[in-house]
Design a protein around this ligand. Structure first.
Ligand code: NZQ
Ligand code: ZN
Length: 387
């Protein structure tokens, strides 16, 4: 096992009715709150009114309209409001996009330059406002991690910003707030959670503790996601999916695994930067192609281990056949949730593959540390295979 340092300061309030913690958590920081949210989902569900009512003695400033694949323009607007009103706490109510936007706002509100400069250079995040979150979609893990992903439409870039200062101070995780998530977002969320695990599981150094955590989360999603498409208000399945989403992305599942370059995310962020697609859908399409590309005599046993542990496959003498079956089962799982298995179905062609691959390799220098080292031509080929 490799050495590691792990830090996660977020206070998690998990379960039915945990919104009752919101007032105490908020006023412990202050009474001037920037309320960040997306489209209308929290108004339709009544959560917006609940939050306003719980914080009725606070001064609340709204930042509505945060887009899926949140834009730096929304971050700038949020930072402006924080500075103008001397905000004490940023409260994000929504899915990963809202939480990510709020994180970047927390940083930009304490910075004199432009918000995009901090995305390009994380050392410019030296101070941040405290963040609280109320999660409404299980997918990204943003509620329990230090990262955010921000899009810049002017430069066609979608990039991560990561800092310990961006961990939420508290996160309220009530699975009931995910009852209204539509089937396509439930599927995309499942694919995102699983991809977070694959990024940490298919790596050169592994250990049994990490494997156990990863495999349990994968099996949980494989069980819960199809159920939730049929029964969106199944509390236990929503609860399992929510907790799985939080655990899958904050690093805890792969402590001791050494270098984890996250190639699928690196490649997907290029797709959503240019085509504005749903993150989990892009991941579900790329994953089988990436796994097939990385399968060779050196890596084959990892795939067989995965097939046995996650899908309960029997051992086979033909190791390549077994590994390929494990990949095919992964692909079939995603298509069974209604996600296409090729980029063409999303209207994506080969016209921008070179540009995406070059940007991907430039901004993700660790890709050559993947179980099969990935260089520029490899990334281009995986995109082509996924068309
Ligand atoms: O905008 P509203 O009206 O709220 O609707 C949203 C949005 O249209 C809707 N939704 C959310 N909760 C709902 C709901 N609809 C009905 N009922 C509810 N309870 O779902 C749509 C998608 O929301 P979004 O927040 O975009 O989805 P998600 O949580 O998947 O977030 C995706 C973003 O997170 C980034 C992705 O790249 C993408 O930009 N990621 C963030 C990470 C992180 N911070 O650690 C890691 C991830 O790998 C990922 O890159
Ligand atoms: Zn993701």
């Amino acid at each position: 096992m490799e050495n590691f340092t792990f830090y996660t300061p977020t206070r998690v309030h998990f379960g039915k009715g945990t919104i009752e913690q919101l007032h105490k958590e908020t006023v412990a920081v202050g009474k001037k709150v920037l309320l960040v949210y997306g489209g209308n989902s929290i108004k339709r569900s009544g959560l917006y009114d609940t939050v306003k009512q719980k914080l009725s003695d606070c001064q609340i400033f709204d930042l509505p309209g945060v887009e899926p694949n949140p834009r730096v323009t929304s971050v700038r607007e949020g930072a402006r409001l924080c500075k103008e009103h001397n905000i004490d706490l940023v409260l994000a109510v929504g899915g990963g996009s809202v939480l990510d936007c709020a994180k970047a706002i927390c940083a930009a509100a304490c910075y004199d330059g432009d918000a995009w400069e901090q995305v390009l250079d994380w050392s410019k995040v030296t101070k941040a406002l405290p963040l609280g979150t109320v999660l409404t979609l299980s997918a990204t893990g943003s509620e329990f991690d230090a990262g955010a992903v921000i899009s810049n439409l002017e430069t066609n870039e979608k990039l991560a910003i990561i800092s310990d200062l961006l961990n939420p101070r508290f996160s309220i995780l009530d699975p009931q707030y995910t009852f209204t998530v539509p089937a396509n977002q439930t599927a995309a969320g499942a694919a995102d959670i699983m991809s977070h695990i694959y990024e940490q599981y298919f790596c050169a150094v592994t250990n049994p503790v990490s494997d156990g955590l990863c495999e349990t989360i994968l099996k949980t999603i494989i069980e819960c996601a199809p159920l939730l498409i049929k029964e969106p208000e199944n509390y236990d399945a929503r609860a399992n999916m929510m907790w799985a989403s939080s655990l899958a992305c904050n690093g805890i599942c792969s402590l001791g695994n050494g270098i984890r370059p996250w190639p699928c995310h690196a490649m997907e962020h290029e797709l959503s930067a240019i085509y504005d697609i749903t993150h989990g859908v892009g991941l579900a399409i790329l994953t089988p192609h990436l796994l097939r590309y990385a399968l060779n005599e050196t890596t084959v046993e990892r795939y067989c281990h995965y097939g046995k542990a996650v899908f309960g496959m029997a051992e086979q003498d033909d190791r390549m056949a077994m590994a390929n079956e494990a990949i095919n089962r992964t692909e079939q799982f995603f298509t069974s949730l209604g996600i296409p298995n090729n980029l063409t179905a999303l209207g994506i062609d080969d016209s921008r593959i070179d540009e995406m691959a070059e940007h991907c390799v430039k901004f993700n220098p660790g890709l050559d540390k993947f179980i099969r080292p990935l260089l520029l031509e490899d990334v281009k080929q995986i995109y082509r295979n996924a068309l």
